[in-house]
Design a protein around this ligand. Structure first.
Ligand SMILES: Cc1cc2nc3c(=O)[nH]c(=O)nc-3n(C[C@H](O)[C@H](O)[C@H](O)COP(=O)(O)OP(=O)(O)OC[C@H]3O[C@@H](n4cnc5c(N)ncnc54)[C@H](O)[C@@H]3O)c2cc1C
Length: 457
């Protein structure tokens, strides 16, 4: 849509991430007119595929979907984006609590007791999570007790061996992208419950949330979605002010663009939503909520080799380690491409420390870790690229917003409840696979449907 000074629409949508664009499409299907205002010069938000070599895209943002992500499978099929399974043959490489580097078979036989402890705790988490209503986590029978402690404190109280406790921490940070000491135990249980069971989330090997990838890259999804609604999207339009009355909104962007409508959907992470000015001001509870919803810290680093040499040695490209800059890695080779691609995750404290080192130093530290696990062939990648998210003005961290102690019970009701003509979307407000692509679709559809119902009524 060409930039212009004033736009009239039924619904103004802030943010052309997946959630905002899904909402726009649903409104169009209901014969309402949306306009999507996007701050950046591209659509997709936390989805970002970059072609680092001809024909070789890597995912600096979202990469996988899982078997129960039915909305995403349906969306991909509808948009004509093919999928392929994540490679998962071979052994994981471990180095935990001073074990030294061990292949999976050796690690599993040496630490069978510790793995059984971990399994026991995961089953307990699954049981407790069923008591958390995803629409109203603050109404769980033990909400006050669970929201008063951190996930880390609950883990510490389970009497786990150092290996089991460390594995649990690594798996959980791999989901939340912050140390478990920063997250409410109620929030952890909510996260598990929105996804089903821990095995959907915590699978050590590929499985759960990471079974499937998109041919051409995840950005094919927002690119094709945007093409369907192109005349309703304005890029380079950072929303700064939302003026609202009982039945109208006026949304003003930096640069002077103004959009008017009957409703607005704010489809950006809550912490960024709190940086917009509202007139009249929003309630204290809503503002206090957005003061307490920090985004996590994560960085993905890709090593590209001329071949996936680790496969020949029987490895699946995954490592789990409490040594060095990355706690986990993944084989992210492309089908019908000879290159070997390994992704290393820097999450939570690792992103905050190693992620801030100069590029050459963090690359060297990550390379040394790969060499320890996969040998000297790992020392000479053809190409290296990494992507940091907290520096990005229109994201400010990922994967999502995590709630610390007392936030769900004191402020949770304000997370997705509309305020007059203002509705909230983004994956952070979802009740199904919150934090994931699936959650972004869930939240966008929910906000659009609420408006369709209101305007029809
Ligand atoms: C590194 C990384 C890895 C991930 N891996 C996975 C994965 O493998 N699988 C998975 O399911 N999920 C993954 N995720 C999460 C997934 O990307 C998100 O759940 C999803 O993309 C969120 O979409 P959204 O529309 O809710 O928010 P966003 O994508 O954040 O979209 C919000 C949009 O609003 C724009 N915006 C912000 N402020 C303003 C403003 N003031 N005015 C106008 N526009 C504004 C932003 O530029 C952005 O385009 C990952 C995320 C990251 C960052």
């Amino acid at each position: 849509m060409p930039n212009q000074q004033d736009i009239d629409a039924d619904v103004v949508i802030v943010g052309a991430g997946l959630s905002g664009m899904i909402a726009a499409r649903k409104l169009l299907e209901a014969r309402l007119t949306p306009v999507v205002l996007e701050a950046d010069d591209r659509v997709g938000g936390r989805i970002l595929t970059e072609e680092v070599m001809p024909g070789l895209p890597v995912e600096l943002g979202a990469q996988w979907i899982g078997d129960t992500h039915e909305r995403m499978f349906a969306l991909a099929a509808e948009l004509g984006v093919e999928t392929y399974p994540q490679f998962d043959d071979g052994e994981t490489s471990y180095d935990l609590v001073g074990s030294g580097v061990l292949r999976e078979s050796e690690f599993h036989s040496r630490f069978a007791g510790e793995l059984a402890e971990l399994e026991r705790v995961l089953r307990r988490l699954d049981e407790l999570a069923t008591e958390v209503p995803v629409e109203t986590p603050w109404l769980a029978p033990q909400a006050a007790e669970w929201d008063a402690i951190t996930a880390g404190a609950w883990y510490d109280a389970q009497g786990l061996s150092p290996v089991a406790r460390t594995l649990l921490e690594i798996c959980t940070v791999g989901i939340l992208a912050v140390p478990t000491a920063e997250v409410s135990f109620l929030h952890l249980l909510f996260t598990i419950q929105t996804c089903g069971v821990t095995s959907e989330l915590f699978a050590e090997s590929e499985g759960g949330a990471q079974t499937t990838r998109f041919v051409g890259g995840t950005s094919e999804i927002p690119r094709r979605l945007a093409a369907l609604i192109a005349d309703r999207i304005v890029l380079n339009a950072p929303v700064q002010l939302i003026e609202h009355s009982a039945d109208t909104v006026t949304v003003s962007c930096r640069g002077g663009l103004v959009a008017r409508g009957r409703r607005v959907i704010v489809a950006i992470s809550p912490t960024l939503a709190g940086r917009i000015m509202y007139d009249p001001p929003l309630s204290g509870i809503r503002d206090q909520l957005t003061q307490r919803l920090p985004n996590g810290s994560s960085m993905k680093a890709f090593f590209i080799y001329d071949e996936p040499f680790w496969r020949a040695d029987g490895f699946n490209g995954q490592l789990i380690s409490d040594v060095g800059p990355a706690r986990m890695s993944n084989d992210t080779c492309l089908p019908r491409d000879d290159h070997g691609v390994i992704l290393m995750f820097l999450e939570g404290d690792q992103a905050r420390t190693f992620g801030r080192l100069p590029l050459a130093e963090r690359r060297a530290a990550l390379t040394a870790e790969l060499v320890r696990h996969y040998g000297s062939k790992a020392a000479k990648p053809e190409f290296y690229v990494d992507g940091e998210w907290s520096d990005r003005q229109w994201t400010r961290g990922c994967y999502n917003a995590n709630l610390g102690p007392h936030v769900w019970t004191s402020y949770g009701a304000a997370l997705s409840a509309p305020i007059g003509v203002i509705h909230w979307a983004s994956t952070d407000t979802a009740t199904y696979w919150s934090a994931y692509l699936e959650g972004a679709v869930d939240a966008g559809e929910r906000a659009a449907q609420a408006i369709i119902d209101e305007l029809a009524g």
